[in-house]
Design a protein around this ligand. Structure first.
Ligand SMILES: *Cc1c(COP(=O)(O)O)cnc(C)c1O
Ligand code: SF4
Length: 344
């Protein structure tokens, strides 16, 4: 199985409740959301159990049929000047080469918008580079999605080459879940791509989305080491998830493992209130308590920023008030405006 390359693994992924039922010998509930689970990851889950932290993140659950929560919890649509681009902060913009992913995370904040693999048209990329030319204040492009590594190396390189033509773009960043979901994706072709683009950009960084130390097995760590050796800045982002990693002990283990291996823990996201993913939600007070405990257990250099994305495209704000854990229900956004934030 492990000898398959990542594209074959994408083709043979489990795609229906029936396939899941057969594989796990279990009756899963039908939900309105797609199923997509590569076999190597499914095998890992089978070893650890369907109720393990790994299983809960990727297997469907009856709670997904509940209708509470928001369709687009962070309001990206409102900040999108063009298809494939979100420009919320002055100096940096998100670029989506695709909306597809190597897995369907059941808590995903975009779970109501995920689609089959569909890369951008050339004309769309042309409009994006025109927009970047007209907005020289944008000095960083963040490839996100979906997962940008779902796109194969050649197309990805072509798209980056278009961006590279805009001289004001100095930094390039990948946001990806592939290294932990399908480490085979970090193949020679991708390493060569990194080598080429390293020459053009002042900083190339890669933010690994990982939520639990169990995701970081030796195969994953080897791939991370390969990327680090290319001189790529490695960061991580984690979503705080009820029943998966909502203890200081679980997060300490994850962040230390990352930090010890040259991956800087960067963001801890409070879960978004997304329709179909509300069972992963927890009150902000609870998150603050956990975060406070982390500060006693691990060094500051292993602690990420704890942030929450405000609804309606208002962006990320710090979720931690160092003075007290108790929470008034109000956060201050980056324009100094008070915003109500009601935890479930
Ligand atoms: C999170 C985010 C970014 C990246 O912000 P950093 O703080 O630089 O990691 C950029 N654009 C949007 C829309 C975001 O949500
Ligand atoms: S990889 Fe990211 S975008 Fe894709 S399903 Fe998971 S959380 Fe959502």
């Amino acid at each position: 199985m492990n000898s398959q390359n990542w594209k074959d693994q994408m083709k043979t992924a489990l795609r229906s409740t029936r396939e899941l039922n057969d594989f796990f010998q279990h009756e899963f509930v039908e939900t309105p959301y797609p199923i997509f689970l590569p076999i190597t990851l499914a095998e890992k889950i089978r070893e650890r159990g369907i109720d393990s932290p790994l299983g809960k993140q990727f297997l469907p659950h009856a709670e997904e049929n509940k209708t509470t929560g928001l369709f687009d919890p962070i309001g990206d649509e409102e900040k999108s000047p063009l298809p494939g681009l979100v420009h919320r902060y002055g100096n940096r913009a998100l670029f989506f080469p695709t909306k597809a992913c190597p897995v369907i995370c059941r808590y995903c904040f975009r779970k109501n918008e995920l689609t089959e693999n569909q890369t951008l048209f050339k004309a769309e990329i042309e409009s994006i580079t025109n927009y970047l030319q007209e907005h020289p204040e944008i000095n960083e492009i963040i490839l996100s999605g979906g997962d940008p590594l779902t796109v194969d190396n050649k197309i990805l390189f072509d798209q980056i080459a278009w961006i590279a033509e805009v001289s004001s773009v100095k930094y390039l960043r990948f946001h990806t879940r592939f290294p932990v979901i399908l480490p085979e994706r970090i193949d020679n072709g991708f390493i060569e791509l990194l080598e080429k683009i390293k020459q053009r950009f002042d900083v190339v960084s890669l933010v690994i989305h990982t939520n639990h130390a169990d995701e970081l097995d030796p195969t994953v760590m080897n791939k991370i080491e390969m990327i680090r050796k290319m001189g790529v800045k490695l960061l991580s982002q984690t979503v705080l998830l009820k029943g998966v990693n909502d203890t200081a002990q679980s997060l300490s283990k994850l962040f230390l493992k990352l930090a010890e291996n040259a991956v800087q823990p960067y963001y801890l996201h409070h879960p978004d209130q997304v329709k179909g993913g509300m069972h992963f939600s927890l009150p902000l007070e609870k998150g603050r308590e956990i975060y406070n405990t982390l500060r006693d257990q691990i060094p500051g250099w292993a602690i990420p920023q704890y942030v929450v994305d405000l609804p309606n495209g208002k962006g990320k704000v710090p979720a931690f008030n160092p003075e007290k854990t108790e929470f008034s229900g109000r956060l201050i956004d980056r324009f100094g405006q008070h915003q109500d934030y009601s935890s479930p």
